[in-house]
Design a protein around this ligand. Structure first.
Ligand code: SF4
Length: 324
């Protein structure tokens, strides 16, 4: 197939992408007012832990169509203009201009650190993944603390954020291959630096830690998984001031971190094949919906599940790629 033919096919497929209604449960009135507009599917990047780029090739809705659809949204409405990495849409500047012209309150907020300056809204979500430079480098996100802090400063001190404040959510991945305690010490230093900056008075920081979920077909599919590392406690300690047990001088919002139960179940789903499916199918619904809150109980339940797996040949070595 020559390239021109492929391009035509790509555009036709893109034209067929629907403009879905927002499925989130946000209350009836807000639901009727909120519009979600998907402007691209798939992603141009290939992060080593992310399945998306392997599942769906990148396709974007042509800019003129996006702009036309945005013009149909009533002026002043709330809307989420969404793509997995929307700032890399080839017509992003025109799309942004259309959003501004319609006075739309845009709730789409994903971006990459490199393109933070392309975001107009007061809140942004980005993935840095590694808590230290060494770990970021290992997954091809070679961002130094200096570079990250410079970008965050520019974001917090530009546009209406200077007056109304900024919110930056940063996704991190725990249990990346080769992780050691020093990586978290470096992360503590990173927050200390943010705390010491004047511009951070303007900031609400939301660091979110997601332990590694080994997705098939990704480069990290065979990573060793340590479900019994107590990441919820490690993260809580850091976000509540570190070892000195004080509060940070920068506003920090906390989110729950997966414990060993969620990680065990997740690994069985990804690595257990049809036997794993049988095990998950037998787990009590109530257990799946109400994960035990305390760590000790989670460890007990998770180890019981691993014992059952072991009996049908899904050994810890097969699931976690190491023995406990
Ligand atoms: S993590 Fe984000 S930027 Fe990376 S491939 Fe997935 S969607 Fe794209």
């Amino acid at each position: 197939m020559d390239i021109q033919e492929w391009e035509v096919k790509k555009l036709r497929l893109a034209d067929l992408i629907p403009w879905p209604r927002n499925p989130r449960k946000i209350g009836r009135e807000a639901y009727e007012r909120l519009k979600e507009r998907i402007i691209a599917r798939g992603c141009k990047f290939k992060c080593p832990f992310c399945l998306l780029s392997g599942l769906k090739g990148y396709r974007e809705i042509p800019t003129e169509q996006v702009v036309e659809k945005i013009r149909q949204i009533p002026r002043g409405s709330m809307a989420a203009i969404f793509a997995p990495e929307r700032t890399s849409h080839s017509g992003w500047n025109e799309i942004k201009a259309a959003i501004r012209d319609q006075s739309i309150r845009d709730y789409g907020s994903d971006a990459r650190l490199e393109t933070l300056e392309k975001v107009d809204s007061d809140s942004v979500i980005m993935g840095l993944e590694g808590v230290s430079y060494r770990l970021r480098k290992s997954i091809r996100k070679n961002f130094t603390d200096d570079f990250i802090i410079e970008k965050m400063k520019d974001f917090c001190t530009s546009g209406k954020r200077l007056r109304f404040g900024a919110k930056i959510s940063i996704y991190y991945i725990a249990d990346l291959p080769g992780e050691i305690n020093e990586d978290y010490k470096e992360f503590l230093d990173f927050i200390r630096r943010i705390e010491s900056e004047n511009w951070s008075r303007n900031l609400c920081l939301v660091p979110v830690l997601n332990p590694l979920s080994p997705k098939p077909f990704t480069q990290l599919r065979d990573a060793v998984i340590h479900p019994f590392r107590n990441y919820p406690a490690i993260w809580e300690n850091i976000l509540r001031g570190g070892d000195n047990n004080r509060r940070w001088g920068v506003r920090i919002k906390e989110y729950k971190v997966w414990g060993c139960f969620e990680r065990t179940v997740d690994t069985i789903v990804h690595r257990g094949g049809s036997e794993g499916y049988q095990i998950i199918g037998k787990l009590n619904d109530k257990l799946l919906r109400q994960v035990p809150a305390d760590w000790e109980r989670q460890v007990l339940v998770s180890k019981e599940i691993l014992k059952v797996c072991d009996k049908i040949g899904l050994t810890q070595e097969k699931l976690l790629y190491e023995y406990d």
